[in-house]
Design a protein around this ligand. Structure first.
Ligand code: FES
Length: 264
């Protein structure tokens, strides 16, 4: 992990309030893996508003070009400032943060379930596994068609996917979690990776309960320091003895066994 600066190569609008930013960084491309994130200073140089850096999952790594990217939704002042940045400007960030996912080499079948902006870390998971010739299915669920822009990336990397929208304006109509519920027996032997809103992860916990499914949640959490020093990102994890211990999403995660996470 290092404090870094990188040139923005692209800051492309991908949908309503959705952007993909490509950043030149040989260091991140050499050292980061799927599931990790960076923490960006969203204010301009010598301006400290907003004062805290913002965490963003690494969406893609293109090692051959020394370029990585983040996918982000404009939600507040920090992300609004990011959306205004142009090609050639420099961003200040720390990374890679968190732990990369270690895949079970013996498994061939993977089901990825992303909800909303939770698809961001899963896209890189999908790309890595697809390149390793694993059998994957990427299920993505959104409220509406605002995320349609990501489809071109899935197609480019030959990821096998299925998109659901709640309002039926794009892809299949309905909830991604309903699809999982209806088809869970078919995919029981798959390795699951999930990321999305807490409500979605809670529904998945209910679906997986008692089924001996191997499922990892990449947890999204508000963060302050991003490096394990402040405990602002702590979540409860139920250990093997049934005791609740607190883990830092930024330092101990962000990936956890979904069945052990206590979602408030
Ligand atoms: Fe400070 Fe995780 S954000 S410990």
């Amino acid at each position: 992990m290092k404090l870094l600066k990188g040139e923005i190569l692209k800051n492309e609008k991908y949908g309503e309030n959705l952007y993909k930013m490509e950043i030149f960084s040989p260091y991140i491309c050499r050292n980061a893996g799927a599931g990790q994130f960076i923490s960006i200073k969203c204010s301009k140089e010598k301006i400290f508003d907003p004062i805290l850096r913002r965490p963003f999952s690494i969406y893609d790594i293109e090692k051959e070009f020394n370029v990585f990217s983040i996918l982000y939704l404009v939600k507040g002042r920090g992300t609004y400032s990011l959306s205004l940045l142009k090609k050639g400007e420099i961003v200040d960030f720390i990374g890679p943060l968190g732990n990369p996912i270690t895949f079970n080499k013996n498994s061939n079948d993977y089901l990825l379930i992303g909800g909303g902006i939770g698809i961001a870390p899963l896209y890189l998971v999908a790309k890595v596994l697809t390149r390793e010739k694993k059998n994957i299915l990427f299920i993505a669920g959104f409220k509406n068609s605002d995320f349609a822009g990501i489809e071109k990336d899935l197609i480019k990397n030959k990821v096998y996917y299925n998109i659901f929208t709640e309002d039926g304006s794009y892809g299949n109509s309905g909830l991604a979690t309903d699809f999982i519920k209806e088809n869970i027996n078919k995919y029981k032997k798959y390795q699951f990776y999930c990321c999305g809103p807490v409500d979605m992860l809670k529904v998945l916990q209910e679906i997986f309960l008692g089924k001996k499914i191997s499922a990892t949640a990449i947890v999204e959490q508000r963060m302050a320091c991003g490096i394990g020093a402040c405990m602002s990102c702590a979540i409860g994890i139920k250990n093997e003895d049934g005791e609740i211990v607190y883990k830092r999403v930024c330092k101990d995660g962000p990936s956890f066994n979904i069945m052990e996470v206590i979602f408030d």
